[in-house]
Design a protein around this ligand. Sequence first.
Ligand code: ADP
Ligand code: MG
Length: 390
Amino acid sequence: MAFFNSSNEPSAIIAKEDFLLPDYTPTEALHRTNEMETIGSAITPLMHGKSGTNLFLTGPTGTGKTMCMKLIADQIRENSSKVIPIYINCWEFSTKMAVYFKISEALKLVLPRRGLASDEVFEAILGEMKREKIAVLLILDELDSLVFKKEDEFLYNLSRAGIDRGARFGIIGISNRRELQRFLDGRVASSLRFSTFEFKEYDMAQLGEILLERAKFALVPKTYDKAVLGACAKVGAENSGNARLALEILLKAANRAERRDSKKIELEDVEAITKVIETRPNKKAKRPLSFHEADLKLSEEENLLLQILTGGEKSSSEVYDEFIAKKDITKRQIRNYLMLLEAKGLIDTREVQIGENSFLKTKIYTLKIPGGWINGIHNQRGCEGVSEEK
Ligand SMILES: Nc1ncnc2c1ncn2[C@@H]1O[C@H](COP(=O)(O)OP(=O)(O)O)[C@@H](O)[C@H]1O
Ligand SMILES: [Mg+2]
């Protein structure tokens, strides 16, 4: 990322880049006391051997949902040996078996080397929880992936385990899409009985404070000022109160200032970076991609679909025909992969009427990445979030 520096001089502006990276979890969450308290009181009963309230956390991207749950998981680890918090990003672990393995790993279960069936893994998990008298708080971030892959059914077993099997799970689902709950398996929805809790957008002043807290650790003193932080905060505020975006802009602006050999970040750096964002093709996406989200770990089927759509927009039957000619799976499976790509923000869908007076409708799919898709790598910059200008 940084330019090759032949003199090996320490960087003039960025002291510790880590503090501005999206995956960094601060030690304290600013402006999220209410949210932390609400979540805390929903799960406190688990610590006392009772059932907690399962929560569905939603709200725009970059409003601190992931951060709050990571902080809460840390606090539980410090304060209770009776509740084991397990954080899972469902884009990475998107099947029942993957989730079971993550739980086994957290419980330090030693599983036999021969392949186990998922039921056997689940039984081993329940056995361990009962033996040790522990509850599990399962945090399912980016829950979309499990749901769109129709892999959410096992959550029914988990939510029933407290009553049927004496091993308690608390479940927190996180998604930017409020409507996701409608797509949950019916039995899952009625057994989880999620309480929905919405994270509100940060305003510009709040974003400014969040940036300042991070800048103090990340940047060399006197290389930034209030106006620069304010300009980054403004873009975040205009994009649904997105703290991730604001941080991303600050880091890119700092990089740009360093490349110019400037001693400090100027407003022109922020403006130049902001311009790139404004022209980025997925600006209108409901869920703007950020650099770490663009690494979406696509399956072979998803890549094939993106290749098919590279030629231009296609109706669902055209997509099915082309897909099945290359790989024979059911239409229902293809539809699920299309839903998954839509959830990942890579394709758009609209419905059109067939014929003038017909009540029949078909779906049209379009690629959101201009320039197309070649062997799993999009051949134009832009999808990776804020591309730096050359
Ligand atoms: N209140 C806050 N205080 C400090 N940093 C924050 C705060 N809210 C969000 N961030 C930072 O902004 C970025 C995006 O937050 P994140 O929790 O990933 O948002 P979400 O999960 O809602 O999309 C992360 O780097 C996070 O550390
Ligand atoms: Mg998140």
